[in-house]
Design a protein around this ligand. Structure first.
Ligand code: PEP
Ligand code: MN
Length: 337
């Protein structure tokens, strides 16, 4: 529910209302507007609690949150959230770019790519150690050895790392290396996994499910938020449509829609979103122009030899060009790379 305070409510009254909400077992978020302060409150409502709150000095009215996603919605929190991954901030003026291979294949491969993308201005590294592949016969990732290589890439470049976790039982092991968890599209509705990362204190990048509506995606975010982890970054990575020219249909309209209905930052993955490296540059520019709070791009120094997703991977020189071009788009829309 939303507790709307009177225009003339004093600071002491507001403090007392918040204390009462906490006493009643609500989780709160205060949004201070120019005119009025509103408090988003999540918890178990009873007629008695509502009546007592309505009578508390400073309270104007109590309105229910109508959206099914309570914590992820703008009704609960009117201002956009920022999520920090070490020095990298999603949801601010900067548009951080995450880059790296689809999968960690070897130390030589990961370090070559990591150094190249760092040089071109990537803010974070990516690389899958656990790969949830469509086919059980495809390369499944180097697992623990892959995590160790990621740790080395992080040490060499100084950049934070995001990597996918596919099993609730692996959360602790992945957290030892990752600065941010990635929940892949195929696991967007793996509720045990969402709860497991929700109990962790590390930020989570939640990719949109292959056929998920925006509401389903936000409800998945709600599992993480309601488990206690506020640091969720959404990632649009394309959805399944009847179109076959591209691997997925990159739904860029999701970016302004999310900004309208949710306070969570949203980034775009044009690599999985299109499946074709030639489309990554134009769609990256379009994503930044649409207001994306970051990008995630696959880069490989030898895409023709990549063990996964070679056709959608940029070569380091193409990535460099992309970084130059998106910087110009970002400046045009009041952002920075
Ligand atoms: C990935 O980013 O490596 C990945 C597997 O993406 P998605 O879950 O979006 O398919
Ligand atoms: Mn991939």
């Amino acid at each position: 529910m939303i507790v709307v305070l009177r225009k003339e409510a004093t600071a002491e009254e507001i403090k007392a209302v918040i204390e009462r909400l906490h006493e009643f077992g609500f989780r709160t978020h205060v949004s201070e507007g120019v005119e009025k302060t509103i408090i988003g409150a999540i918890g178990e409502k009873t007629a008695d609690k509502i009546q007592r709150l309505e009578m508390t000095p400073g309270v104007e009215k109590i309105v229910p949150i109508l959206q099914p996603y309570k914590l992820a919605g703008r009704e609960f929190k009117a201002t956009g959230s920022t999520v920090a991954v070490g020095p990298v901030v999603f949801g601010g003026k900067k548009v951080p770019v995450i880059a790296g291979p689809c999968a960690v294949e070897s130390e030589e491969q990961m370090l070559t790519i990591a150094k190249a993308v760092a040089k071109s201005g990537a803010a974070m590294l990516r690389g899958g150690a656990y790969k949830p592949r469509t086919s059980p016969y495809s390369f499944q990732g180097l697992e623990k050895a892959g995590l160790e290589i990621l740790a080395e890439a992080k040490r060499v470049t100084g950049l934070p790392v995001v990597t996918e976790v596919v099993n609730p039982g692996d959360v602790e092991q992945v957290a030892a290396v990752a600065d941010m968890f990635q929940i892949g599209a195929r696991n967007m509705q793996n509720y045990a996994l969402l709860r497991a990362v929700g109990l962790s204190s590390k930020p989570v990048m939640l990719k949109r499910g292959l056929s998920a509506t925006i509401t389903e995606w936000l409800m998945a975010a709600e599992y993480i938020l309601s488990s206690g982890n506020n640091d969720v970054v959404l990632c649009e990575r394309g959805i399944r449509t009847y179109e076959t020219e591209t691997r997925n249909t990159l739904d860029l309209s999701a970016v302004p829609v999310i900004h309208e209905i949710s306070h969570l930052p949203v980034i775009v993955d044009p690599s999985h979103g299109t499946g074709k490296w030639r489309l990554v540059l134009p769609m990256s520019k379009a994503a930044v122009a649409a207001g994306a709070d970051g990008l995630m791009v696959e880069v490989h120094h030898k895409p023709e030899e990549a063990m996964s997703d070679g056709p959608q991977s940029l070569r380091p020189e193409n990535f460099h060009e992309m970084m130059e071009q998106i910087a110009a788009v970002a400046a045009a829309v009041g952002r920075e790379i």
